[in-house]
Design a protein around this ligand. Structure first.
Ligand SMILES: Cc1ncc(COP(=O)(O)O)c(C=O)c1O
Length: 414
């Protein structure tokens, strides 16, 4: 089957239509470039929803995958395997001291986090089981996670929701204080809301959230599925929440961890697998220890193939100083976009951190992503009028500039 129209027609027949697919068949990727079935090339400024954090077919990820593939693909989690331990070591060095549970997706990591928070909550009197999250949040598509997600469209058709989940507005401290009751087990929040429109959590809100959770015995879960893995110009999004900004939260924040607002549980997905399916629930040891045998599991979670890639993703990011690279290119890109006269009249706001950027348009555009592809750039639209840019964080300055040229042309022509 080589003809593009034929492939698409056949795809429509045999694939469930739950994705709004574009009429393009992607066949190859290299670095920050993609090629479709008609050999048209695109600059990929969305990296598979942020998952291809080191671009496509990175030679060292390929080598790690091949090497592991010739040794061991899968073994039950009743055994130890070293790639899991090596990856967990990286998380300990770059985030905070904790313990990891591995699965395949962000949603599964969040499910595990809520289960763990409930296990802790069971020890309290009254038992704590409820979860407070934010409006405009996105936490995944399982029944519990659509209940946690603050977007009515995601819930529609699947009611009734799982009980115990409620949402407040991001930044609403009074609402937060009122929403946490004696039965609240956890607050779950994204450091920057991705699907909701690239909305960063105000630092003061994060600080107060941590204080309230400590005061009331509530588990704080940071959903870092979008923001983890260097994308935001820090290893993890929460490292932007510093109590003493003067100290900064350098790339490896263990050095000044006291100033960073830490969660009790952090969930990861997307970037940390470099394009392979990896989800992580990473928790402080005091709470992680509650997840004893029989309480949770995942057959293929932490399989050696994915773990070898995930470990190497962190090796490469660290060696090539890509966290700083993301911070520098992100600031440069946002400044450039803010200064583009040709699009100024169409832009309501430009925001983000590192290479996780939202361009809010004044009006909701028609067929924006298709128009971007016609200009040779893969981008995304969320929350009706927010263009999302999330390129591989090892994109070169030249490629980034070329990609931004194409984004500007796309917006200018709307
Ligand atoms: C913040 C956040 N959490 C969770 C998820 C769910 O991740 P997955 O699609 O891997 O289940 C997403 C997906 O976009 C996300 O953005």
């Amino acid at each position: 089957m080589t003809d593009t129209a034929q492939i698409i027609d056949h795809g429509k027949e045999v694939l469930i239509g739950n994705y709004a697919r574009l009429p393009v068949v992607m066949v190859r990727g290299q670095g920050s470039h993609l090629w479709d079935s008609e050999s048209k090339e695109y600059l990929d400024l969305f990296a598979g929803f942020g998952a291809c954090v080191l671009g496509h077919c990175h030679p060292e990820l390929l080598a790690a995958l091949n090497e592991q593939a010739s040794k061991l693909w899968q073994v039950g989690n009743t055994f130890y395997s070293t790639p899991q331990i090596e990856f967990a070591d990286h998380l300990n060095r770059t985030a905070f001291k904790g313990q990891a549970f591995f699965c395949h997706s962000g949603l599964e990591a969040n499910e595990a986090a809520v289960k763990l928070a409930r296990l802790k909550g069971q020890l309290a009197t009254p038992k704590r089981w409820k979860v407070v999250s934010m409006n405009k949040s996105f936490h995944g598509r399982s029944l519990a996670m659509i209940s946690a997600t603050g977007n009515p469209a995601v819930k529609a058709g699947f009611e009734p929701m799982v009980p115990g989940f409620s949402q407040i507005d991001l930044g609403d401290l009074e609402g937060l204080s009122a929403a946490i009751d004696p039965e609240t087990a956890a607050v779950m929040i994204e450091p920057i809301q991705g699907e909701g429109g690239m909305n960063p959590v105000p630092v003061e809100f994060a600080i107060e959230l941590r204080r309230l959770c400590d005061e009331r015995g509530v588990t704080l879960i940071f959903d870092e599925v979008w923001t983890g893995g260097g994308r935001t110009g820090k290893w993890f999004g929460h490292q932007h929440f510093t109590r003493n900004p003067g100290m900064g939260a350098g790339a490896l924040t263990n050095k000044n961890a006291g100033s960073v607002v830490l969660p009790d549980i952090m969930t990861l997905g997307k970037a940390v697998g470099g394009g392979t399916p990896v989800g992580v629930m990473f928790a402080r040891a005091e709470i992680a220890k509650l997840l004893v045998p029989g309480k949770h599991g995942c057959t293929l979670g932490g399989n050696p193939l994915c773990m070898a890639v995930a470990k190497t993703v962190f090796d490469v990011i660290e060696r090539d100083k890509l966290v700083d690279h993301a911070a520098v290119l992100g600031e440069y890109g946002m400044a450039r976009l803010k200064n583009e006269r040709t699009i100024a009249s169409k832009i309501a706001n430009i925001r983000g951190k590192g290479l996780m950027i939202g361009i809010e348009l004044k009006e909701s555009p028609d067929r924006l992503v298709e128009k971007g592809l016609a200009q040779g750039v893969a981008i995304n639209l969320t929350a009706k009028n927010v263009i999302r840019l999330a390129p591989p964080i090892n994109i070169s300055r030249q490629e980034w500039d070329l990609g931004l040229d194409r984004v500007v042309q796309t917006i200018a022509a709307l």
